[in-house]
Design a protein around this ligand. Structure first.
Ligand code: UGA
Length: 464
């Protein structure tokens, strides 16, 4: 098939590269000229494991090319995947202006019948509005091609985006006309059947209407965010009763209806998706008359985890003003250099505002950290031991393998004060405490005997 991908950011580029792998003739379009130039030379402008190889394979094989021209992208194209940004606006609604713009351009530049497929995460009913825009524009220009709209939400995770796209759990495709949804499924047929060295991956395919497909995406992300906030709330209770949240999550997760995934407590969820999508879903529900209070609480619990970790730090340090605090990990999760809504960046800003000197270690995201918070006076490191040297305390923010590989002796031998706040529950509390570290994690006993209630330290902060 002749396929276009409009917008080659994280989702768009992975989609384009995978479609090329499945043998389609793919053209990626983006307004960012520098990005198009870099991709045409075969260089991926961000970090995503396995993507560089896939892009090189597609470009060298002549199945993947890039352009800044809409006319070129839409010329002879049968299916165009819309992967443009939908950034959050103040108030929670996503900005759908770029999606609308693609509809206007499709009506102007399509040279034959076209299916426009929403891949960007959009609220329910976006497809209906998109169809209206296209019809109006076509009427204005006297265009007669059939331009249909479908929704095929993306479920990839940054850091495993290529694998998630090549081997998805399911495909969801929605359209008002079933034959349109089926034609979109045809684009995935090589993946389902297997092609070349790509084995058959016969995952379930959900064919549905437009609004339902759009809603499946928002509901999925909101549910996963809810799972994370739920276990974070449980972790707070575990701290108060002396239970171990890891064992609680293991015990819960063995129930197949619950499952163990996404029950890892810590600093909470970040990234470009969950925070924005939860806001957008709350906004959508409210705009149609439903007050989604559950998701508002999910959001509040998530933000509260950062405050909780700062409270743990203050319990140890008393004041943070004038202290040196090392954040281990900056990216919102391992396997990416993405800092959008990264808990570490929120912590860095809060600590700098409170007068601390902040150091940040990250194995891949340091160039982005320098760009984002370099002006705050944050000092950056690509060696964790150097970052820890003589610091008053450290907070583990991202569970990179390089952070997991640190030993208790690395902490006790490098830190000025032996204070470790583990915001990702990476280390074993008993081992860390036995090594003489003042170690705190999220929802797990501290390693020594659990103190009697009367001896227990106050759970609240000892801030002045
Ligand atoms: C998320 C979804 O997992 C994807 O299915 C979806 O396609 C994507 O959003 C999207 O809408 O584009 P992503 O944001 O890349 O993917 O990252 P996740 O692996 O889901 O992690 C999100 C955040 O939750 C991270 O900050 C992670 O540290 C945190 N998390 C995750 C936890 O705190 N606890 C957990 O148990 C799991």
């Amino acid at each position: 098939m002749r396929v276009a991908v409009i917008g080659v950011g994280h989702v768009g580029l992975v989609t384009a590269a995978c479609l090329a792998r499945w043998g389609h003739d793919v053209i990626g379009m983006d307004d960012d000229e520098a990005k198009v130039e870099s991709l045409t030379a075969g260089n991926v402008p961000f970090y995503e494991p396995g993507l560089q190889e896939l892009v090189t394979e597609g470009v060298d094989g002549g199945r993947l090319r890039f352009t800044g021209s809409r006319t070129e992208a839409l010329d002879g194209t049968e299916i165009a995947f819309v992967c443009v940004g939908t950034p959050g606006l103040p108030g929670g609604a996503p900005n759908l202006a770029y999606v609308e713009q693609v509809g206007v351009e499709a009506a102007q530049y399509a040279t034959g019948d076209l299916i426009l497929v929403e891949k960007s995460t959009v609220p329910a009913n976006t497809g209906v509005r998109l169809r209206q825009v296209i019809q109006r524009e076509q009427a204005r220009h006297g265009a007669t091609h059939t331009i249909s709209v479908a929704s095929n939400p993306e479920f990839l995770k940054e850091g495993s985006a290529v694998h998630d796209t090549l081997y998805p759990d399911r495909l969801v495709i929605g359209a008002a006309i079933p034959s349109v949804a089926e034609r979109v499924r045809d684009a995935y047929q090589p993946m389902l059947d297997g092609i070349g060295d790509h084995p058959a991956h016969d995952c379930p395919v959900v064919l549905t209407d437009l609004q339902t497909a759009e809603l499946i995406k928002h509901a999925s992300n909101a549910f996963l965010a809810t799972k994370i906030s739920f276990i974070n709330a449980v972790a707070r209770v575990c701290d108060l009763v002396g239970a171990d949240v890891s064992a609680v999550a293991d015990g819960m997760g063995l129930d197949q209806r619950i499952g163990r995934q996404f029950l890892y407590p810590g600093l909470g969820y970040g990234g470009s998706c969950f925070p924005k999508d939860v806001d957008a879903f709350v906004h959508l529900a409210s705009s149609v008359g439903y007050d989604f209070k559950l998701l508002e609480e999910v959001r509040a619990i998530n933000v509260g985890m950062r405050d909780h970790v700062l409270d743990l730090l203050r319990q140890e340090l008393w004041h943070v003003e004038g202290k040196v605090v090392t954040l281990l990990g900056a990216a919102f999760k391992p396997g990416t250099d993405d800092l959008r809504e990264a808990p570490a960046i929120h912590l860095a800003r809060a600590l700098v505002a409170a007068g601390a000197t902040v150091r940040i270690y990250d194995p891949v995201a340091i160039p982005n950290v320098d760009k984002l918070v370099g002006d705050l006076g944050v000092v950056t490191f690509t060696d964790p031991i150097e970052a820890l040297r003589d610091a008053h305390a450290t907070i583990i923010c991202t569970e990179w393998p390089q952070v997991r590989a640190l030993t208790p002796a690395d902490f006790s031998g490098s830190l000025g004060y032996p204070i470790v706040i583990d915001g990702r529950n990476v280390f074993d509390p008993a081992t860390m405490v036995a090594a003489g570290l003042h170690y705190h994690s999220i929802g797990r006993p501290r390693g020594g005997p659990i103190p009697d209630a009367a001896d227990a330290p106050a759970a609240t902060t000892t801030m002045p």
